[in-house]
Design a protein around this ligand. Sequence first.
Ligand code: GLY
Length: 359
Amino acid sequence: MKQVLNVKTDNSEYAIEISDNSFEKLNKEINEATKGQKRLIVISQKVYNLYYDRFGFSKDELFVLKDGEKEKNYKNYLKIINRALELGLTRKDVMVALGGGVVGDITGFAASTYMRGIDYIQVPTTLLSAVDSSVGGKTAIDLDEAKNIIGTFYQPKAVFININFLNTLDKRQFLSGLGEVLKYAFIEENCDYDSALYLFEFLTLACEKILQKEPITIIRMIEYCLNLKTTVVNQDEKESGLRKVLNFGHTFAHALETITKYKKYTHGEAVVYGMFFILNWAYKKEFITYSYYRLSIELLEKYGFKPLDKDFLPDKIFSIMKKDKKAVGDNITFIVPCAKKRVKEVKLSPAEVMSMLNS
Ligand code: GLY
């Protein structure tokens, strides 16, 4: 089974393929897409250990990146650039990202800056990168105190999503990806997709099949999420307005990840905590009705998620939020639920944020 979606921004156009093709077929597709180009394949250590034998890559063209958010740093970025130089990649050549979000983000950033920009292809191997980071052209590396603070908007040449990689994804990482999937249910109305996808209802009804990784359901779920994401990116590639809705749950999540040094929570877990947090606040402030609030909490709980125990320090969270890319002057931006499947941007003053964190 195979679905193809298209992204069309001002400067680029590319296809996203979602399939359960064999790895042999995927290997062929990568070869076809990179035909006649020298390539540097950045592959995560885990994916290398599990899948290297299934692909026909030569060891010379590989850069193996250790796993974990802390690897998305400028030292590894420079190593990738140096490796591209050693291999003699020119402006006509290509990088391939084979791994999760860390590999995709750092490879995209390296490709966007190497010789002022060369092609790259995303082959996401985690659910989180399949439904979010591999699509839309956000590339980045982190500093210790600020996630994704150095980066570019730079679209890939193609995205190949193969759900067979999910078979070896551990439960925690799969659930982490579902955190980003659930996010889309709360923003469907903002995205302005051609027709109603009823993602909120789909995720409620198909929960068991999704948790069992039933292939057709998983392909459909990824397709729904990316229908929404590509519709948003096609309208606002550089996040000057609409694209901000994709940050639902993320202001809190990024701060939580940063104060815990990316070690305690996965990105998706942090996003889920961020969604619980902002849903609670939105209900307290009467942005949403009690019935929608309950339905929303029940959807998150259906997947086994719970709100964060209040073991975070509001002062610390606040000081990180101030450094967030989404901060404007002293104010901090939150994407807040305001109606069924709809969110809006709310800018809060430092005093309001402190009161929110202490409530
Ligand atoms: N991850 C949010 C975005 O791509 O805009």
